[in-house]
Every structure is written in structure tokens, then in C-alpha cells.
Design a protein around this ligand. Structure first.
Ligand SMILES: *[C@@H]1O[C@H](CO)[C@@H](O)[C@H](O)[C@H]1NC(C)=O
Ligand SMILES: *[C@@H]1O[C@H](CO)[C@@H](O)[C@H](O)[C@H]1NC(C)=O
Ligand SMILES: *[C@@H]1O[C@H](CO)[C@@H](O)[C@H](O)[C@H]1NC(C)=O
Length: 676
């Protein structure tokens, strides 16, 4: 009797088991929706949704980075780099050593998906396989293979992109094999075809069909199959055919352009159905397309350098929504912002762009960081303008951590972004130096980029989930890093007098300094510094300095947002900015201006203890804003070889507002005596 009761109990437990799993899942979902995914007040008392990141574990595989760059063949270095440069060629146009791509590619690993690497090795086979768990945790979903196939065609490489990320009922991955063997046929073309469309394939060629549909797991969609053309083996290919081989595959989400160097197959894997379903595309690279690099930053010959700050783009994987604007029509926030940016760039022609964080919207909508990073800088890179970026609090909120995003940022054209030292808190603490145009290549301006992190409470802190979100602060290691970097900068003779060696026919003799104009004696001091980070420091809200001439507070612009700084003050202003002076015997801080983003309807510049604390003002229709407060971008127009820093903002209507001089001749005087 007892046995049969237990037996029945056991059977009923078994039948209950599956429902229990779904109940647990449902409970987790509820916990997520109502507790973790709490709408919280962001800067400016607007409701912002934060959360998600602890639930999205699907990230980029860490691409293998070449640890030891190959030794450069001395013969490949242009003799012009060291020898006689014609006088009309500027120093930044002199080619540096050219990398030998062939030898780089020969040393790249064949068994990991690393689409940023310049791999020119051809593919031999493609497969598609689904998985019930994220495949990064397991190999069990890999397609079948044999040791012979592994040896001849190469081992399976998983493209670490879940094709079904948003649309399917299970995970779906592309796999390929690649081989350096000379005798295996390589893939030279790919197509996506529905059943019955095979007749479109050119006759007389070898086309293979991947048996699993690339829409496997997307309910209610017609099957779509990947076909690939197996061409001749490497030994039978001409050089131009080799550079036309398919060398990499990737998946693109949304309507953005493919990653640089990639092309997309025009048949979507998942067609777009606005506003709910974003399209999914298969993209591929032929050969290796080196990404154009930025030239070293430099002033013009007449001593000008113009910086544009692009703050808080808040782009999404889809085309984004317009928020808080009376701009009409405004269909898609991201697309509309791109066209505003393109007008700005063509009007103001900046020499350098700094993206000051929140390029990605987070908040659930930038769910494929890679696809959003592929598009946010397009207007800038299409114009070949060098740029840098730092992170805001939203960039890594949904998908992909800061370190992996930084690798992508660095791989974009004309990027000067950098992760910075690993022993300094955050990702993206780095220094950019701007040099003179003359052959003396003197550093005339220092740009410090600092990572202001994201949240200290409310998102990751599980024990603090019932407290409101708090922003993170700048850490002691960042203070130390800044002081070290600042101490390492060599003083120059200021105001700088350009070397006129060029007029002497290419002989680089440094002129013994032009006699300084009567009113400006030269002094030895560090060049002016500017610093950018996303979240403002609490000092941005202190009472401003008083202009000794006009007796008015030095605070220009609007501050509709409430205090957006961290509640905790890490002491960055006192212990870092106020400690680094232009020179040992000077009371004038080296960093004249701090540029922040974060607060979209605050765009003021306020001078506190001699340092201008400026906000960019929101420029994106996709970020929150305020009807009646036009979208805008801030510029820093630097002249007199770095001495004079002027700032202004241009609004979406094209108007220039709050034009003023922050440093140099015409700026409100600051002698170093702080009366607070
Ligand atoms: C050096 O520059 C000259 C003139 O620009 C050019 O003709 C020559 O090919 C260059 N030499 C090398 C080795 O690049
Ligand atoms: C300085 O040079 C820039 C670009 O080289 C040019 O646009 C600008 O008009 C020049 N300014 C003066 C005052 O010559
Ligand atoms: C980081 O490491 C470098 C090199 O070891 C060292 O010089 C520097 O002081 C360290 N910085 C901090 C903030 O610990």
C-alpha cells in the first residue's frame, strides 16, 4: 500500500515537474519586471528605465587580441619616414611603417570568431545549428564533425551572435570552418534563398545548401536557406580572386549599416515589421579591409583647432523614437539625429569630435550593442574626422560590458578611443595630445578622457534594490592617474611661437623664438588642458566665481535638470583638478575646462575656483529633452596655438548661442586667488 502511494506520488511529481519549471520562470520574470526593472528618476527628474543588464548574459566573445605585434620588417618602413621629407609635406602626412598584413594574417588563430582581426584565410564550410542554452556555455550544439574533416577543412568556429536574439524560440548560431591549406575549395559567394528559388543560382558552379533554415526557431516564418559557392582551392586562385574570398561572417540587427568592411545580404533573415520587430541581416566580409586610421591630432598652421562635443546620442538597435520635441516630422529619433549631425558637421567643420557618453540608449532598446556601435559615429567617420569617446551610465546597461565595447570603438575608422591602463578604475581613462603643425611638433593642448562609471546603487547592488539609483563617482586611482599624467607633461614656452623652419627650405632649424609682442611676455608652463567625462561632479553645482570686471556670476546657459552628480564626492575636484597647476610657481590650474554630458536640458558653463565646468546639452532626438529647448551641440574653438579657448553652442535651428571666451585673451580674468 505504502509503496503504491509513493509510486503515485513519484509519478505525479514527475508530471508536476515541467509546470514547476515554468512557474519558477514566471516568478523570475515577475521579479525582473517589478523589482529589478524599476523605472527610476534619472537626471532631470524624468522617469528613466534602468535595469536589464544582469539578465542579459549574451555578450560578445572577447576577440583574441594580438599580444605580440609582429616585428616590423625594417625594409617595409618607408625611407621617407626617416629621410628627406619635402618641405611641403606636413609631419602628420608622413606615412609610418606599413603593417605587413600577410604575415599578420598568417599568425591569427583559426578556431575563434574574432571579426575585428584582419583574417584573410578563406572559409571551407558553413553550418547552422540551434541550441537550447547560450552556446558560449557549451560545445554540445556544435555541428557534427570527424577528425578527418577537422584536419582538412578546419575545426568548427561559432559566430558568437545569436541570430534569434530577439525573434526566435531557441538560440541559433552560424558556424564555419577555415583553412590555410592550399588544396581545399574555398567559399567565394553566399546567398539566402527560399525553397524553390534555387534556379536563381548560376549554372555550372558548385553551390552547397546549409540544411538547417536560417529562420529555424522563428515561429510562423517561411524557411530560408543559406547557400554557398565552393570555388577553387587557394593554389588555383589568382591574387585578385584571393582578396575576393569570403573571410568572415557576422549578424547585424536593426537598420544600421554593417560593421566597416562588411556587406549585407539584401534578403533579411528576419524582415522588419515596425514598430515591434527589428530586421536581422547576414553580413560578410570579402578579403581584409583595413580600417582607416586617424592622423595624430594637430593644430592648423595658423594655430586653430576646433573640438565638437556630441553628448548623449541615446541610440537604439532600431531607428529610435523621437522624444520631447516639437521638431516635425520626427519619425525616427536616431535617423533624425544623424541628419542633424550631418548639417552641424558641414557647418562648423570641427577638427575633432568627442562623444561624451550615453551613445547607446540602454533601457532595453540598445539590446545589440555591436549593431548600435556600428552606426553611432557614421556621420563623423564618413567625413574622416578623428574622434574619441567615453562611456556614460547607459552604454553598457543592456548588452556587452565596457571593455568589450571599447574594443569595438577602437576598431572603428578614425577612432582615437582607448581603454587606458587596467589598474585605473573604469574603461576609457586616456590622454590625447594635440601638437603644433610646424616641424617642432610641440604639444599645445592636452585632452583628458575619464570614465565616470555608471551606477553605485540601484542596478547591480542587489541589497540596495529598494533604494533609488545613485550614480557612481570618480575613484582614487583615477585621481592618481590624472596627477601622474599631468606631471609627465612637459612645460612649453607660452604663448607658443611657431617654428618657421619651413621657410628656410626644409631645414629644421628651430628659430630662436620670435621676439614676443610687447604685451605678452613668454613663460614656461604646461599647455592648456581640457577634460571630458559623462557624469558631472558635485562641484558643477557650487556657486560660480564672480567676474572681477563685471561683478556678475560666471555662469552662462540653462540648467533645467536637477543635480545629476553622484551623491558621494570622491574628491576629484579638490585632489586632482585643483592640484595640477600650469607650472610649479603658478596658481592657475592646468585643466581650464571640464566637459560633461548626462543632463540633456542643462547646457551651462559655470566657472568654479577658476575651472569652467560645462555641459554639452542634449543633441539627440532619441534622448529625453524639453519642448522649447532646442537640441544643441557644444563647440570649443581653440586658437592662438592653444592659448585662446572660445565656446559656443549651435542649436537645431542653426543658431549660435552663448558664444564666449573661456581662456586666454578676452576671458574673465583669473589670477589664482580663489575666494569661495
Ligand atoms: C619618397 O617620397 C617621394 C616623393 O614624395 C616618392 O617619390 C618616393 O617614392 C618615396 N619613397 C619611398 C621609399 O616611399
Ligand atoms: C586658419 O586655418 C583654418 C584651416 O586651415 C582656416 O579655416 C581659417 O580660416 C584660418 N584662419 C585664419 C585667421 O587665417
Ligand atoms: C598603474 O601601473 C603603472 C605601471 O605599473 C604605475 O606606474 C601606476 O602608478 C599605476 N597606477 C595606479 C593608479 O595604480
Amino acid at each position: 500500500m505504502a509503496v503504491s502511494i509513493f509510486g503515485r506520488l513519484f509519478r505525479s511529481t514527475r508530471s508536476i515537474c515541467a509546470p514547476i519549471t515554468s512557474i519558477i520562470c514566471f516568478a523570475l520574470l515577475l521579479t525582473f519586471l517589478f523589482i529589478l526593472y524599476q523605472p527610476t528618476v534619472g537626471p532631470g527628474s524624468r522617469i528613466q528605465r534602468i535595469g536589464w543588464q544582469s539578465w542579459e548574459t549574451i555578450g560578445e566573445a572577447t576577440p583574441t587580441v594580438l599580444q605580440n605585434p609582429l616585428p616590423i620588417d625594417p625594409g617595409s618602413i618607408s625611407s621617407n619616414a626617416t629621410g628627406n621629407i619635402p618641405p611641403e609635406v606636413d609631419w602628420w602626412d608622413v606615412d609610418e611603417a606599413t603593417d605587413n598584413l600577410d604575415s599578420v594574417s598568417a599568425s591569427l588563430p583559426l578556431d575563434v570568431w574574432a571579426p575585428l582581426l584582419p583574417h584573410d584565410t578563406g572559409l571551407t564550410e558553413i553550418a547552422i545549428a540551434h541550441c537550447f542554452i547560450p552556446a558560449s556555455m557549451t560545445e554540445v550544439c556544435n555541428p557534427d564533425t570527424t577528425p578527418e574533416d577537422d584536419a582538412i577543412k578546419g575545426t568548427w568556429v561559432r559566430v558568437e551572435r545569436d541570430i534569434n536574439k530577439k525573434s526566435g524560440i531557441w538560440y541559433l548560431y552560424l558556424y564555419y570552418r577555415r583553412s590555410r591549406r592550399l588544396d581545399v575549395p574555398l567559399i567565394s559567394d553566399i546567398r539566402l534563398l527560399s525553397n524553390g528559388d534555387e534556379s536563381e543560382l548560376p549554372r555550372g558552379e558548385t553551390w552547397k545548401k546549409v540544411p538547417t533554415s536560417i529562420r529555424d526557431g522563428v515561429l510562423g516564418s517561411k524557411s530560408l536557406f543559406l547557400w554557398y559557392k565552393l570555388g577553387p582551392a587557394l593554389r588555383d586562385l589568382s591574387q585578385s580572386d584571393r582578396s575576393n574570398l569570403i573571410t568572415e561572417l557576422d549578424i547585424l540587427f536593426g537598420e544600421s549599416r554593417p560593421w566597416p568592411g562588411f556587406e549585407k545580404i539584401e534578403t533579411p533573415i528576419v524582415p522588419s515589421k515596425p514598430p515591434r520587430i527589428d530586421p536581422v541581416w547576414l553580413t560578410y566580409r570579402r578579403g581584409v579591409k583595413p580600417v582607416p586610421k586617424a592622423k595624430p591630432l594637430h593644430f592648423s598652421h595658423n594655430g586653430t583647432f576646433k573640438v565638437m562635443q556630441i553628448a548623449d546620442l541615446h541610440y537604439s538597435t532600431s531607428e529610435g523614437k523621437c522624444r520631447d520635441t516639437d521638431h516635425t516630422p520626427c519619425k525616427n529619433g536616431d535617423t533624425e539625429t544623424q541628419s542633424l549631425l550631418s548639417k552641424m558637421l558641414d557647418t562648423d567643420k570641427p577638427d575633432f569630435i568627442v562623444f561624451t557618453g550615453d551613445q547607446l540608449n540602454g533601457q532595453g532598446t540598445s539590446w545589440d550593442a555591436r549593431s548600435v556601435i556600428a552606426k553611432f559615429a557614421l556621420e563623423v567617420t564618413d567625413r574622416k574626422i578623428p574622434w574619441a569617446a567615453i562611456f556614460g551610465n547607459h552604454d553598457d546597461e543592456v548588452d556587452m560590458n565596457r571593455a568589450d565595447q571599447m574594443k569595438l570603438l577602437q576598431a572603428l575608422p578614425y577612432s582615437l578611443a582607448s581603454a587606458g591602463p587596467s589598474n585605473v578604475s573604469g574603461v576609457g581613462n586616456y590622454v590625447l595630445k594635440v601638437y603644433s603643425a610646424d616641424a617642432s611638433k610641440t604639444q599645445l593642448l592636452t585632452l583628458y578622457m575619464v570614465d565616470s562609471h555608471a551606477y553605485s546603487k540601484g542596478v547591480i547592488d542587489w541589497f540596495g534594490i529598494f533604494k533609488p539609483t545613485e550614480y557612481d563617482w570618480l575613484k582614487p586611482s583615477q585621481i592618481q592617474w590624472f596627477l601622474d599624467e599631468s606631471a609627465a607633461i612637459n612645460p612649453i614656452l607660452r604663448p607658443f611661437q611657431p617654428d618657421q623652419g619651413r621657410d628656410l627650405g626644409g631645414v629644421w632649424t628651430k628659430r630662436q623664438g620670435a621676439p614676443p609682442a610687447e604685451d605678452e611676455a613668454q613663460r614656461l608652463a604646461k599647455p592648456n588642458g581640457m577634460m571630458f567625462f559623462h557624469i558631472p561632479i558635485p562641484e558643477s553645482y557650487l556657486s560660480p566665481d564672480i567676474d572681477p570686471i563685471t561683478n556678475k556670476p560666471l555662469d552662462v546657459g540653462s540648467d533645467y535638470d536637477e543635480d545629476g552628480s553622484a551623491k558621494k564626492n570622491g574628491g576629484f575636484f579638490e585632489k586632482a583638478l585643483m592640484q595640477a597647476m600650469e607650472s610649479d610657481d603658478s596658481q592657475i590650474p592646468e585643466v581650464k575646462i571640464v566637459g560633461n554630458g548626462h543632463s540633456h536640458v542643462t547646457d551651462n558653463c559655470r566657472r568654479v575656483a577658476g575651472i569652467w565646468l560645462c555641459f554639452g546639452g542634449g543633441g539627440s532626438y532619441s534622448g529625453y529633452g524639453r519642448v522649447g529647448f532646442d537640441r544643441r551641440f557644444r563647440y570649443f574653438d581653440i586658437s592662438d596655438y592653444g592659448e585662446t579657448i572660445r565656446t559656443y553652442k549651435r542649436t537645431e535651428s542653426g543658431e549660435v548661442v552663448d558664444d564666449m571666451i573661456l581662456a586666454g585673451k578676452g576671458a574673465p580674468p583669473f589670477t589664482g586667488s580663489v575666494e569661495q
